[in-house]
Design a protein around this ligand. Structure first.
Ligand code: TXA
Ligand code: MG
Length: 326
């Protein structure tokens, strides 16, 4: 990040939730305690805020994020719960369990937060401070662990400050967190629930509620994507992608960055960011790809994106979209 911002730390007192909620409302980034680890929160419905979140964490790729909500009813506005998912939510929420589910119709979570997937990860945290913020804010909050990419997850406000001071707006200090490891993640959008990440909720307790064993996690393929069952749900454009285009054929759509290439058909041209802003480009990426995919063009030509800051994550995603598939 080139511009340092002022990071304010406040104690988790009566005013903190209101402060955190108005910061989220303005598109800000806030660190707050959950029972597992400190999370770095942004308004899940605000793509620009989410792009800033990836930038603040220094993530080289758009890993999908967990949407945090205050209760099961709010979660049901985001995702479709099958019988297994409902049983797990009723048994373990609020608590250190994340469910990956099919998106509900009209799910308001920005495509950037789910990396363009048609699934969404949801969780109702148990920490009083997190719950107060979610209740006050009233919309879903995406929150990865509040550390720089590659560092260990923070369990105190001091850890958060070490990594993210100058990169985020607010830290709500609620003291050390009780669990200390991330939530257990269960993929629950298929026939058999699958353990994606072991975490604060032991597998045996989950299997007891389900009355059967969890499927093992499939091995990621060479590109780091999860294979069988999950690939099917992973959004990849049907139209071939041509990267680093410096000229355009008449039957191609154009995904521009900066000044569009000559000859672009306005009906088949979208601009990630006309002013060359990588935060704006990240916020538009998945929606623009999906829209151009529907134009019937022979291919989508993508103009070069600088490989710096968020450009690295944008290029990572574009390379995956352009990779040959079976
Ligand atoms: O305890 C936690 O879960 C903490 C606190 C802050 O809630 N959050 C956390 O988030 O650990 P993060 O971003 O560090 O890890 C989220 C994990 C990633 O491994 C991501 O790949 C996975 O969740 N994930 C999110 N959405 C997914 C989806 N739709 N399909 C598969 N995996 C998903
Ligand atoms: Mg993490």
């Amino acid at each position: 990040m080139n511009v340092s911002i002022t990071t304010r730390t406040v104690p988790a007192d009566d005013e903190a939730a209101g402060l955190a909620a108005s910061c989220l409302d303005e598109g800000g980034l806030i660190a707050f305690p959950t029972e597992t680890v400190y999370g770095l929160g942004a308004d899940a419905t605000n793509a620009t805020a989410i792009a800033r979140l990836y930038q603040a964490k220094g993530r080289p790729a758009f890993n999908p994020l967990i949407a945090h909500v205050a209760n099961l009813a709010d979660a049901q506005a985001l995702a479709r719960f099958n019988a297994d998912a409902l049983a797990l939510a009723q048994a373990f929420w609020p608590g250190p369990l994340t469910l990956v589910l099919s998106k509900a119709e009209g799910c308001p979570v920005a495509a950037l937060a789910t990396a363009g997937l048609d699934t969404v990860a949801v969780r109702v945290p148990a920490h009083d401070v997190a719950r107060a913020i979610l209740q006050t804010f009233g919309r879903p909050v995406v929150a990865p662990s509040a550390n720089l990419s590659g560092h260990v997850s923070p369990t105190t406000a001091g850890h958060v400050r070490d990594d993210l001071s100058g990169r985020i707006d607010l830290i709500v200090d609620g003291g050390p967190v009780p669990v200390g490891v991330e939530s257990t993640i269960i993929f629950c959008a298929g026939e058999r629930p699958m353990l994606l990440r072991p975490g604060g909720l032991p597998r045996a307790r989950i299997e007891r509620v389900l009355g059967r064993t969890l499927a093992p996690r499939p091995r990621p393929d060479a590109s780091g994507l999860l294979a069988p069952g999950m690939m099917a749900s992973h959004y990849a454009p049907h139209t071939p992608i041509r990267l680093n285009a410096d000229a355009l054929s008449p039957d191609e759509a154009l995904l521009a960055f900066g000044t569009p290439l000559a000859g672009a058909d306005p009906a088949r041209c979208l601009n990630l960011s006309a002013r060359g802003d990588l935060v704006e480009a990240a916020a538009n990426l998945f929606n623009n790809l999906r829209a151009l995919d529907g134009t019937g063009a022979r291919a989508i030509a993508v103009m070069p994106i600088p490989d710096e800051g968020l450009g690295e994550a944008i290029n990572d995603r574009l390379r995956r979209a352009a990779a040959p598939r079976e």
